[in-house]
Design a protein around this ligand. Structure first.
Ligand code: GLC
Length: 602
């Protein structure tokens, strides 16, 4: 039963065929005054609206927009309200910039710590990823903007991303690589979804009846429209037949002629084409593309505050030896590291945001009551160690009480379109940590990275605070945590292995040939390290606080689980309660425990 039968009846075959692909890089197709064009824009951590030359890799410019913390960062908040606020802010900014559809959130599973786009995804755990994505979708769509969870599905490596076949068993497909989308769809009710470039078990996702019909629409109840990744269509007619509604960017006349010929030659039933058009029109005709939004303007200060609060609640305290943190007002701080003056605050690729309101640790120290003994670059962002920079850093350090050293991964270490080569940080930064750790001063490492790094230096430093990629307001948020103005509440949303050698089937990642075999099956992330009882550097869900919490009166009944959480320390703080469930006696191979709830705190 077509919901838009009246309109579809008036459309010619040519018009229906044209609607199946976009009009240029960022617009869907318009038909006279019957079907408006929608403007689609990246991305998950801020708008990348391109009015000039368009591209899907972040190469050409884009309009100024707010840069929120990346998804990997937001995930560390484990806070559904925070991420929904970010979604709402994204949706509002989109409407003000006349963007009708935001191409995010990205929620693919972090199968391996070297995944190049891990910064843009939430977690190794499908439940956490789905819950967070569901609320971001709800936020984005609150004012009529369309959200686009992506990339459906099993898209967990960047290498050969357009010609990679994910070979995965059905149980793992369902329990690990689709549960995130299932939760996100049922909780967020997205009006669109983006298919991935890759194949799953030999069929391109964008033309997979099993994925797009049996699972997505029948089982998950998805009732929006399916858009390809940019250039992600393999066979346009097969895509239409199996449930894909819009190829982006536009295929222009050749695409339309291909559809017309398929119908005229009986290779594509026109009723199926009408069904695809109807699914697309359901969304377009109820979108903001049908309204004029001239009156809506961006409140940039509000947007910056949302980015700041999100960054604040996502910071993870990993180590705090002898309570070197929080810093006191009297503490003389030597601020060292190129990232402290030129922040690493977002990822690279299609998610790139042109932010105009970027805070740096160096410039915001005083505003947060921090007494700087000075700043030194310490290392070149990319390249070899520089003895002069190291010497300058050491000279500054010895004039201070505490060194705050901002290091991590630079822009060439992790990016869309490529996977990381290893889990190490740049050697010149590791050398600087080694040099500074030999001085008498306390050494606080502030990490800026979108995915796990090896930390052979951990025992030689006094504290580690992880800001991930904190967005435009990440620096101010970091000072709030370092000075104790905010008690860190972030928890890791992915495991930090001791070394990459411990990663299951790590030597086979990424697949450099067509087939990527998901041999670890269900045992992704903590599901593996728990089951294998393998020690990790920092476990999934880990994070310290400036206070302590006690758990009492745990009770389990058929209504659920209750526990009493008490702040037993000296300062206020937020505890992230995590509920895992396992089955002691089981004759089915399964993870030892799995995250099943983020309990609401009474
Ligand atoms: C890119 C990305 C996708 C993005 C799209 C448009 O290749 O895979 O996430 O939304 O193209 O830029």
């Amino acid at each position: 039963m077509l919901k838009n039968a009246a309109i579809i009846k008036k459309l010619t075959l040519e018009q229906k065929a044209a609607l199946m692909s976009g009009q240029g890089e960022w617009k869907s197709y318009a038909v006279n005054n019957q079907v408006p064009a929608m403007f689609l824009s990246d991305g998950p951590l801020g708008l990348r609206k391109q009015s000039g030359a368009g591209d899907h890799l972040g190469l050409n410019g884009s309009e100024p927009a707010t840069c929120f913390p990346s998804s990997a960062t937001l995930a560390n908040s484990w806070n559904l309200e925070v991420v929904e606020d970010v979604g709402q802010a994204l949706g509002k900014e989109a409407q003000a910039l006349d963007v009708h559809q935001v191409l995010g959130p990205g929620l693919n599973i972090k199968r391996n710590p070297l995944g190049g786009r891990n910064f843009e995804y939430y977690s190794e755990d499908p439940y956490l990823a789905g819950k967070l994505a569901g609320r971001v979708i709800r936020g984005i769509q609150a004012n009529g903007t369309i959200a686009t969870p992506k990339h459906f599905a099993v898209n967990s490596q960047e290498t050969r991303r357009m010609a990679s076949n994910s070979v995965v068993d059905e149980r793992t497909l369902r329990e690990i690589y689709l549960t995130n989308f299932e939760i996100a769809i049922q909780e967020g009710n997205p009006k669109s979804i983006m298919t991935s470039y890759n194949e799953v078990n030999g069929t391109y996702t964008n033309e997979s009846h099993h994925l797009l019909q049996d699972i997505l629409r029948q089982e998950f109840g998805f009732d929006g429209y399916v858009v390809t990744d940019w250039g992600g269509d393999n066979d346009h007619i097969a895509g239409i037949k199996n449930g894909s509604n819009l190829v982006m960017p536009g295929l222009k006349q050749p695409g339309a002629r291909e559809v017309i010929a398929a119908v005229q030659e009986g290779r594509l039933d026109e009723a199926v084409l009408d069904q695809r058009v109807d699914e697309l029109l359901n969304v377009v005709l109820s979108s903001n593309a049908t309204k004029k939004n001239d009156a809506i303007k961006v409140d940039w200060d509000h947007q910056h505050q949302v980015a700041y609060q999100a960054a604040l609640k996502s910071i993870v305290l990993l180590k705090n030896e002898a309570d070197v943190l929080p810093l006191t007002q009297e503490t003389r701080v030597a601020l060292i590291g190129d990232f402290a003056a030129n922040p690493r605050y977002q990822g690279a690729g299609s998610s790139l945001v042109n932010t105009k309101n970027l805070e740096t640790l160096k410039d915001t120290a005083q505003a947060h009551g921090v007494t700087l003994a000075g700043y030194a670059q310490g290392y070149k962002r990319v390249g070899q160690s520089d003895p002069a920079l190291i010497a300058e850093a050491k000279d500054l350090a010895i004039k201070s009480d505490v060194v705050v050293l901002n290091v991590g991964l630079n822009e060439v270490s992790e990016s869309e379109g490529m996977d990381r080569k290893d889990m190490t940080m740049p050697a010149n930064q590791v050398e600087l940590i080694q040099e500074l750790s030999q001085l008498d001063q306390k050494l606080v490492v502030v990490l800026s990275a979108g995915s796990p790094v090896e930390m052979p230096w951990l025992d030689r430093v006094d504290a580690v605070v992880h800001g991930y990629l904190g967005g435009e307001a990440g620096a101010g948020a970091m000072w709030e945590v370092l000075t104790g103005a905010y008690n860190p509440s972030g928890r890791l949303a992915e495991t930090y292995p001791m070394s990459y050698a411990d990663v299951p089937f790590g030597e086979e990642f990424p697949a450099h040939r067509r087939n990527s075999y998901y041999k670890e099956s269900l045992f992704v992330g903590y599901r593996y390290y728990d089951k294998a009882q393998k020690a990790v550097r920092f476990p999934f869900g880990f994070g310290l606080s400036y206070t302590s919490f006690t758990y009492d009166n745990l009770s389990v009944n058929d209504q659920g689980v209750e526990v009493k959480v008490t702040n037993s320390g000296q300062v206020a703080g937020t505890e992230t309660v995590q509920l895992y469930i396992g089955k002691a006696e089981t004759n089915i191979l399964r993870p030892a425990k799995e995250l099943k709830a983020l309990p609401k705190l009474a």
